[in-house]
Every structure is written in structure tokens, then in C-alpha cells.
Design a protein around this ligand. Structure first.
Ligand code: OAD
Length: 246
């Protein structure tokens, strides 16, 4: 491990929220074992049956709003506050546990459960309340055009300009709790590695794209990530942050 890595990018997936009591997608009791992607997470599903899709995300929202951040989320805040490098979080999670933990520079590439986007004017409505086919856009006043701001299969990821810049300038890439089967997020490690980053994976088990990681740390992220962060902070060399950094 280098001393004082410049620009740390932390990619997170559902596994980081597992110890907050939230289901992952592909675990034994995962979301995608209990419902079909084709029914709730594709553009076609939303066009075919928007009421059903809204109801699914309204229910999920009720679940996610109650969740509290766990030591893995809190470790990221500690790193951001105590390490002399820019630390960015690129999350596939639609929950808001990074924000609840106080993480800064969080990029939700798969959207956020507490947002809906107006398909008429692009306005983003922030709400933890229900959204449905009757909802009126507060900006353009059109009814029935709000879509959960969740990236469905077949749609582009969000914030990608910024994320590409971060990956191009990344010194340490850390992946936490993602199975690495959904692209393009699964390819971020490869991009970071080709750009010279050290690459670390935190997971419970070996993943399908583990080839590009320099180190694997297996175990619950709520234990392994705080220990790793403590080590980074202990070994840091104090220096002012590079103004050119991300
Ligand atoms: P997955 O459910 O595919 O993978 C979760 C990963 O977390 C698995 O590799 C687990 O081994 C690991 N894991 C579980 N508990 C853990 C713990 N306590 N500590 C560390 N690791 C743990 O979830 P994602 O990779 O996030 O997209 O799935 C990617 C995308 O697929 C999601 O963002 C979602 C889904 O379709 C959208 O909804 C757009």
C-alpha cells in the first residue's frame, strides 16, 4: 500500500448496506429472488404497468427510510475527515445510508429511492412520500409523468462524466459489497487499474470480476472496512491536499 494515496474512489453495492438490515439483490433472500427484474426494473415494465412499478418502489422506500448506517458507512466519513486525499463514493445503492452517515461527494449512479424525475421536464422531485401516476410535477404542472429516479435496465447511468474523471485520476480504488455482475459499474475496477490505481475488494466471498483486484478482504464490511480505514489513517503522512486533486 502506498503512503498517502491521492484520490480515493470507493464503489459500493448492496453488501455495504446488508448490516443495516437491507436485502441485497442476489443473496439467498435478495430482491431479485423475490420479484422479477422484467416486472419492476426495466423501461418496458414501467411503460407497461407504471402503477405496479410505482407501488414496488413506494414499498421499498418505506423499508429503506427506516434503515440506519452501519460501521462501514461511518468508516467512510472517518476517512473523509481524517485522510489527506479526496475520497469520493460512487454507489450503486439507491438507499441514502451514505448521506445518513455523513459521507460527502456521493454519486448515485443507479439513482436514489427518495427522488422521482419528471419525464416531461426533467425536474427531480425529492420525497420520501409515495409517488404514483397521479403525482403532478411541481415544476411543469404535468400529471402522470413522474418516474422513480432509479436507473432501469436499458437506461444510462447517472453522473458518469464525473465518475469517469474520478476513475481516470484515482490512486486507490476500493470496492465494497458488490457482486460485480452489473455493468458498467463492474468495469470500474479495470479502468482504475489501467490508470494506475491500487485496487481493493471488500466482500463476503470471491466475486466474478475479482481478477482486477490487487487485494481481497473477505468478511462483513462493517468489520473489515473500519479496520482498513483505521490502518490508512494511522499510516498517513500529513500533507496538504493537492489542489489539483479530484
Ligand atoms: P448484489 O446483490 O448483486 O451483490 C451484493 C454483494 O454484497 C455480494 O457479492 C455479497 O457477497 C456481498 N455482501 C453481502 N453482505 C455483505 C457484507 N456484510 N459485507 C460485504 N459484502 C457483503 O448487489 P449489487 O452488486 O449492489 O441495480 O448489485 C448491483 C445492481 O444490481 C444494483 O445496484 C441493482 C441491481 O440490479 C439497480 O437497481 C439499477
Amino acid at each position: 500500500m502506498q503512503k498517502n494515496c491521492k484520490n480515493i474512489v470507493i464503489l459500493t453495492g448492496a453488501g455495504i448496506s446488508a448490516e443495516s438490515g437491507l436485502a441485497t439483490f442476489r443473496g439467498s433472500d435478495g430482491l431479485w429472488n423475490n420479484c422479477r427484474i422484467e416486472d419492476v426494473a426495466t423501461v418496458e415494465a414501467f411503460q407497461r404497468n407504471p402503477e405496479y412499478v410505482h407501488a414496488f418502489y413506494n414499498d421499498l422506500k418505506k423499508e429503506l427510510v427506516k434503515a440506519k448506517p452501519n460501521p462501514a458507512h461511518l468508516a467512510i466519513t472517518r476517512l473523509q475527515e481524517n485522510y489527506p486525499a479526496a475520497v469520493s463514493v460512487v454507489t450503486q445503492n439507491v438507499d441514502t445510508l451514505h448521506e445518513k452517515a455523513g459521507n460527502k461527494n456521493v454519486y448515485h449512479i443507479h439513482g436514489q429511492i427518495n427522488q422521482a424525475v419528471c419525464l416531461n421536464c426533467g425536474h427531480i422531485l425529492e420525497t420520501f412520500g409515495d409517488v404514483d401516476t397521479q403525482t403532478v410535477c411541481p415544476l411543469c404542472g404535468v400529471q402522470g409523468m413522474m418516474k422513480p429516479n432509479i436507473v432501469f435496465f436499458g437506461e444510462n447511468l447517472l453522473c458518469m462524466n464525473r465518475v469517469e474523471h474520478l476513475l481516470d485520476n484515482c490512486g486507490l480504488f476500493i470496492s465494497v459489497g458488490t457482486s460485480g455482475v452489473v455493468f458498467p459499474a463492474a468495469s470500474f475496477v479495470q479502468i482504475a487499474k489501467y490508470n494506475g490505481a491500487e485496487t481493493y475488494e471488500f466482500n463476503m466471498e470471491k466475486t466474478s470480476n475479482n481478477f482486477y483486484f490487487d487485494r481481497h478482504i473477505y468478511g462483513p464490511a462493517g468489520t473489515t472496512l473500519p479496520a482498513f480505514v483505521d490502518e490508512l489513517i494511522k499510516n498517513r503522512e500529513d500533507s496538504p491536499q493537492d489542489p489539483e486533486s479530484a
